[in-house]
Design a protein around this ligand. Structure first.
Ligand code: NAD
Length: 434
């Protein structure tokens, strides 16, 4: 059993802290957002993540997991301090490190005994050295410490599983002893552990996210060509995926990637590359294609409806992907803004993320279910591929709509079946069927 402090109880920090507690460690999570801590102390989850509530409750009851808004209390006796604060996009496309800086300064001021500082946030290459420098400069008295980079690869919606059954653990440090101690925390997961230097570990995270985003933009470009030439990208992706060198994952054509990681991480990597004299042309193309995917939905709607002005559009899904409530950089937000700018009226439904809609959207009707979102609609747009949307009664949906136009931004329906039911259906890269 080790004593761990986790700084930041967002999607990464809360899952990390809870899972470490579940592995038997003593964990205190600290967040500067007192409302989150109050909720957690009352057993209420500040985020939606399947399985998390039960795991938090179980470990809190067992006395292995607690929450505080005081750095002092969280760091008291801790051997490890995991930094899991946000690194949002800055105004120039760079990663904004203000929260990492604040976390490092707090650690420095409080630490009274040797500590291993583990950075889980996604940070630009060189941040580990920068954090070490900040800590050194802000200590009131010199106390030994090491910095280890431990980038996180979990996905919202399957975060607990991803933490407990990781493909790999990456640890980067100039101090092999410190890295070995962090490796010990993960030993029971029996995952491959890769030990490397700080900068390489930081780069592995960016390169991984950029590669996954590239696969999405690649298949989206292929989708556009499929559409022009009458092929079905969904089947093309299946055929490609059988090739072991390619594999089936991350080949879903649609309205592009979103969320709190891919957009900002691809942008931050391109920014880093550019300011260091590189020419990140592939990364720029990945971002361009992604932007175009949203516009394609608007083109399809214009083609079906003539104009969007005064039209009622039903939007199914607000979360950036299924099984999360996260709407940060969700395609729904950009799409709804584009539709509203052309005069459309929006009625929408999402199973969990409507609680955040006010933060990102204005003048939208929030509906009780998908059928209500379709009621009287001139067109329906599928934005998030929630399972429940795959199992709707399509005849009932059609019955509710004023016009049977469907733009399926996630390719969840079968074009032939939709046509047979009397819909005018537009998928992404599937050729027209009417
Ligand atoms: P988040 O915004 O959900 O959570 C960050 C939390 O840190 C917030 O609750 C905030 O109040 C808190 N915080 C900020 N400054 C603090 C400070 N000085 N002391 C204590 N708490 C502080 O962020 P997230 O989605 O969990 O992402 C965290 C990091 O992990 C980011 O760098 C992100 O890129 C990376 N990451 C995220 C995911 C994901 O799926 N969300 C996956 C892998 C990596």
């Amino acid at each position: 059993m080790r004593k761990i402090c986790v700084i930041g109880v967002g999607y990464v920090g809360l899952v990390t802290g809870t899972c470490f507690a579940d592995l038997g460690h003593q964990v205190t999570c600290i967040d500067v957002d007192e409302s989150k801590i109050e909720k957690l102390c009352a057993g209420v989850m500040p985020i939606y993540e399947p399985g998390l509530e039960e795991m938090v409750r179980r470990n809190a009851q067992a006395g292995r997991l607690d929450f505080t808004s005081m750095h002092q209390e969280a760091l008291d006796g801790a051997e490890f301090a995991f930094i899991a604060v946000g690194t949002p996009q800055g105004s120039g496309g760079e990663a904004d490190l203000q929260y990492v800086r604040a976390a490092a300064e707090s650690i420095a001021r409080i630490m009274e005994h040797p500590l291993i500082i583990v950075n889980k946030s996604t940070v630009p290459i060189g941040t580990g050295d920068w954090v070490a420098d900040i800590v050194r400069r802000h200590q009131s008295e010199p106390v030994e410490f090491s910095v280890v980079s431990n980038p996180e690869f979990l996905r919202e919606g399957s975060a607990i599983n991803d933490f407990m059954l990781p493909d790999r653990i990456v640890l980067g440090s100039l101090d092999p002893e410190a890295a070995a101690k962090v490796a010990q925390l993960y030993l029971s997961l029996r995952a491959p552990i890769m030990l490397t230097d700080l900068r390489t570990a930081e780069m592995i995270k960016y390169a991984s996210n950029a590669f996954l985003a590239t696969r999405i933009s690649f298949i989206n470009e292929i989708a556009s060509v499929c559409e022009a030439l009458g092929a079905d990208v969904k089947e093309v992706a299946v055929g490609m995926g059988y090739d072991k060198r390619i594999g089936p994952d991350f080949l879903d054509a649609g309205i592009g990637y979103g969320g709190s990681c891919f957009p900002k991480d691809v942008q931050a990597l391109a920014h880093m590359a550019a300011i260091h004299g590189c020419h990140p042309q592939l990364l720029r193309a990945v971002m361009d294609i992604n932007r175009d995917q949203r516009r394609q939905v608007i083109h399809k709607l214009r083609e079906l409806l003539g104009t969007l002005d005064e039209k009622v559009i039903g939007v199914l899904g607000l979360a950036f992907k299924p099984n999360t409530d996260d709407m940060r950089e969700a395609p729904s937000v950009e799409l709804i803004h584009l539709m509203q700018s052309e005069g459309a009226r929006i009625q929408t439904y999402d199973p969990v993320s409507m609680i955040h809609a006010d933060l990102y959207l204005h003048d939208v009707d929030l509906c009780q279910d998908a059928y209500q979102a379709a009621q009287g609609a001139d067109a329906l747009v599928i934005v998030t591929d929630w399972n429940e949307f795959k199992h709707l009664s399509l005849p009932r949906l059609k019955e509710a709509m004023r016009q049977p136009f469907v733009v399926d931004g996630r390719n969840i329906y079968d074009p032939d079946q939709m046509k047979a039911l009397g819909f005018v259906y537009r998928g992404m890269g599937r050729g027209y069927v009417d």
